[in-house]
Write a protein of this length. Structure first.
Length: 83
């Protein structure tokens, strides 16, 4: 989705403070199961964030450090695709 690593997108969405209110939708089904989705606005916001982050290698690194709290994931994403 959006041409990015799925784990990266999940890490960004996991923290609801990363996106505007109403962007993240949680659907509870069953006793202990929840599915997280993005509204159309949420997809637009995330796409804009990613576009801005891809402006330069410095912007990309700053974005990862600001919005992802998993150091191993950050290292893997940085190594996978140089910006």
């Amino acid at each position: 989705m959006l041409g990015e690593d799925l784990e990266l997108l999940e890490a960004i969405v996991r923290n609801s403070a990363n996106l505007t209110y109403g962007s993240i939708i949680s659907v509870v089904h069953g006793d202990d199961e929840t599915t997280t989705a993005l509204s159309d606005d949420g997809i637009d916001v995330l796409n804009q964030m990613l576009s801005a982050a891809h402006r330069s290698p410095e912007a990309w690194n700053d974005f990862l450090d600001s919005f992802v709290d998993d150091e191993e994931l950050i290292a893997r994403v940085k190594a996978k695709s140089p910006r």
